[in-house]
Design a protein around this ligand. Structure first.
Ligand code: NAD
Length: 421
């Protein structure tokens, strides 16, 4: 069967991984579709007195390993297929990185740039009102994703507390530090990828001074730029949704971050210090050793994969490479550090935040970093070794590694949950 939805494509990777394992049919039956997806229409009052509505979803894909966990995305193109696919990826990611959590995802189809701060707050609170029965600190724990941030998480946590009648910080992660957020959550996704990359740099053939191109300059993109820049890598090109810039002698990361903080695109740096504009769709073909994908899905596809010049790709975004593009990159011997491993730092530190909230504790930054580093290196090594042993790509090995853990849990779980539905 030809995969035609995003979820079909993701499932194909699951079935591919299953071919390398001796697992029962029950495992694939359980993992082939989401456990539950809830849909709502969020009606909010606008500042001018009118009302508007936005479609919204929350998918709890699988909770075999623990309460489900996953971000909430505010984006004009969000669909149920995307939400379910991202929830599936979260399921595999949590298993891969060995967290006692299942996978979930949420989304609202909205262009947040058209909403004032008070409208955004009403939307965030409405989301929690509509999904309060789905989420919960022992059931399903949201977090930030594309175009949502710690401020939005704070509004959501506050709304949940009002609904259940008690302060419940562990219901949501990625909160501001002042409201029980974890130190180190802000740059955790990029830092996890950075630890993985440095640990495997020799095997990947990457040396300090290597040239880096980064697609997307939000949370994941700007932090990886900072970390790699400080480690001696040269950031030669970056893009955001408005376009891009490049400079062969290296871009000034601090200036790029300052521009974004002031609400300007990275393109505003073009024209000085040898910085030239770069059309967004040309980023993947920039001359560099490392390509970091930190924007959205399907950015490297059959139409542009052949133009990739990097020797290594770090997938900080979820599903940025289509299966067709994967084959082309593989044929070119380009190594892809796959999303469910490379961007697992975000959910790992979210998990640390949840643990701290449940303990009523707060860990020092060094402890968060040390634990994150250990996780990324250990699981990264396991995936690398599996890939070598089985002669498969790192992506296939990542799925095999995750599926091994999920299969073991599903097989010992018994059948009561099938009977209960
Ligand atoms: P963000 O909203 O902070 O940033 C998204 C960035 O992508 C923005 O700079 C935006 O301008 C840019 N962008 C949008 N369309 C683009 C295009 N066509 N070309 C280039 N850039 C474009 O989001 P984020 O949190 O950094 O998430 C980015 C990716 O990382 C997503 O796939 C997300 O699911 C994934 N991710 C994020 C986290 C996290 O903790 N934030 C964790 C795991 C995975």
């Amino acid at each position: 069967m030809v995969p035609n939805t995003m979820l079909d494509q993701a499932r194909a990777r699951l079935y591919e991984a299953a071919r390398h394992l001796n697992i029962t049919a029950d495992v694939l039956e359980k993992l082939k579709s989401p456990r539950e997806t809830t849909q709502a229409r969020l009606v909010i009052r606008m500042d001018d007195g009118s009302s508007k509505s936005y479609p919204a979803w929350r998918c709890r894909y699988d909770d075999t390993l623990g309460p489900t966990k996953g971000g909430i995305r505010f984006h004009p193109d969000v669909t149920i297929d995307e939400v379910e696919t991202l929830a599936f990826l979260m399921t595999m990611k949590c298993a891969l990185i060995n967290l006692p959590l299942g996978g979930a995802k949420g989304g609202v189809r909205v262009d947040i740039h058209n909403l004032s701060a008070t409208e955004q707050e009403r939307l965030a609170r409405r989301y929690v009102q509509c999904f309060a029965k789905v989420i919960g600190p022992n059931r399903d724990i949201p977090a930030p994703d594309v175009y949502t941030n710690s401020t939005i998480m704070a509004w959501m946590a506050d709304e949940y507390a009002a609904i259940v009648g008690e302060v419940t910080p562990a219901v949501i992660t990625g909160k501001p530090i002042a409201l029980g957020g974890s130190l180190g959550r802000e740059d955790a996704t990029a830092r996890g990828g950075y630890y993985l990359l440095l640990h495997q740099a020799q095997k990947l053939g990457l040396r300090p001074g290597a040239r880096v191109a980064i697609q997307g300059f939000g949370n994941a993109g700007k932090h990886i730029a900072q970390l790699l820049g400080a480690a001696g890598f040269k950031i030669v090109a970056v893009t955001d949704s408005k376009g891009g810039v490049q400079c062969s002698s290296g871009l000034d990361v601090d200036k790029l971050i300052a521009a974004k903080r002031q609400g300007r695109s990275v393109t505003s740096l073009a024209g000085s210090d040898g910085v030239c504009t770069l059309p967004a769709d040309e980023l993947v073909s920039v001359n560099c050793e490392l390509l970091v994908l930190a924007a959205l899905e399907d950015m490297v596809h059959a139409g542009n994969a052949a133009r990739v010049k990097a020797q290594v790709i770090l997938e900080l975004a979820n599903a940025p490479i289509t299966p067709e593009a994967d084959k082309i990159l593989n044929a070119k011997n380009i190594i892809v550090l796959p999303d469910i491993l490379a961007n697992a730092g975000g959910v790992t530190v979210s998990y640390f935040e949840w643990v701290q909230n449940r303990q009523g504790d707060s860990w020092p930054l060094e402890q968060v970093h040390a634990r994150l580093k250990t996780k990324m290196e250990q699981e990264g090594d396991a995936v690398w070794t599996l890939a070598q042993e089985k002669g498969i790509t790192l992506r296939s090995a990542a799925y095999v590694h995750a599926l091994t853990r999920l299969a073991e849990a599903i097989e010992v779980q018994g059948t009561q949950h099938f009977l209960m539905g």
